[in-house]
Design a protein around this ligand. Structure first.
Ligand code: ADP
Ligand code: F6P
Length: 332
């Protein structure tokens, strides 16, 4: 295998640039030629790519986003276009592709490997909702952004004796909410994986505030409830002063943490090695501190993307403690 290509796809995540830099430099170190494909699968279908040099990835390791740009590409769901992509890669002499992205991007990569184009993927998404890796590239940075925002929000909430709802990203997954909630000592953490009762939350919150709490942080994953609607409902129900913040894209940009820079660098190099060793249809992830290369089928068996043990820990540590069990099926 002499010529490779790399692309970033789906939602960007801090640390994607570190991964990209690692892929490019490892490939060059191994004496290979490597193309960078712009705008994910859209750019691939447009044959929008350039040969990468070591200098192409200089100065990007500490930058969020992705210098290759990223995109959603509906056309790539069609088999005809997947075949076209393989043809475009082959016309350039490309014999292997590395895809950095989330679950959807990986499904696209799976199609390419099934069509005979060796493809290896790296998990890149802030949501940390993927099998086969303990952590995805970008998650740690997003969690740190939430923790730092909550620290500011708690100051102002406390000054006014308010409860604060902080809605965080994660699409259908609650991992950002859970990890950030534990790290910042949130009183309540709402995640889609554990249905909660608004009524129980209202009762618990009221009891806590009446007992003298000066503030209360409710981290709400976007997949669990609509933060703004929940805030209005709680205000109406409890008469507690509530301030609501939708953190939004602040969580997705910014300088990657050292952990994400490391993760991107380790996994990027391992992806190139895996491809050169003949792997295809495989995810390169990190499990218990070790890089691991798994087929997608194997990856699904390795780890449940949601950590129930962490949720239980969060319930135990929340300041509201036994009054804080707001699970729909929890104790009254
Ligand atoms: P993420 O990779 O962050 O999960 P998406 O789910 O939006 O993001 O997927 C990114 C892109 O991957 C899609 O726009 C599409 O081009 C491609 N893709 C996703 N799912 C599939 C699929 N089942 N088959 C082919 N391509 C897919
Ligand atoms: O998957 C990453 C993510 O940031 C999710 O947390 C969020 O729901 C989604 O992407 C937002 O996607 P878009 O950029 O398409 O609005």
């Amino acid at each position: 295998m002499d010529t490779l290509a790399v692309l970033t796809s789906g939602g960007d995540a801090p640390g994607m640039n570190a991964a990209l830099r690692s892929v490019v430099r490892t490939a060059l170190y191994r004496g290979k030629k490597i193309y960078g494909v712009y705008r994910g699968y859209s750019g691939l279908l447009d044959d929008d790519m350039v040969p990468m040099q070591s200098s192409s990835v200089s100065g990007i390791i500490l930058r969020g986003g992705t210098v290759l740009k990223t995109a959603q590409c509906k056309a790539f769901f069609e088999e005809e276009n997947q075949k076209k992509a393989v043809e475009i890669l082959r016309n350039r002499g490309i014999e292997g592709l590395i895809v950095i992205g989330g679950d959807g991007s990986i499904q696209g990569a799976e199609k390419l490997s099934a069509l005979g184009m060796p493809t290896v993927t790296l998990p890149g998404t802030i949501d940390n909702d993927m099998h086969g890796t303990d952590e995805t590239i970008g998650h740690d940075t997003a969690v740190n952004a939430v923790v730092s925002a909550v620290s500011r929000i708690r100051d102002t909430a406390s000054a006014h004796n308010r409860a604060a709802i902080v809605e965080v990203m994660g699409r259908f997954a609650g991992n950002i909410a859970l990890d950030a909630g534990i790290a910042c000592g949130a009183e309540y953490i709402l995640v889609p994986e554990v249905p909660f009762s608004r009524e129980k939350l209202a009762r618990s919150l009221k009891k806590q505030m009446e007992a003298g709490r000066t503030n209360s942080i409710i981290i709400c994953a976007e997949g669990a409830d609509d933060g703004r609607a929940l805030g209005d409902w709680l205000k109406e129900r409890t008469s507690i002063d509530i301030c609501t913040t939708i953190l939004g894209f602040i969580q997705r940009g910014g300088q990657p943490t050292a952990r994400d820079g490391m993760l991107g660098s380790l996994l990027g190099a391992a992806a190139v090695e895996a491809l050169l060793q003949g792997e295809t249809g495989a995810l390169v992830g990190m499990h218990r501190g070790q890089v691991q290369v798994l087929s997608y089928a194997e990856a699904k068996k390795v780890k449940e993307p949601f950590r129930k043990d962490l949720y239980d820990l969060a319930v135990m540590l929340g300041a509201a403690q036994k009054d804080g069990d707001i699970r729909e099926t929890g104790l009254e």
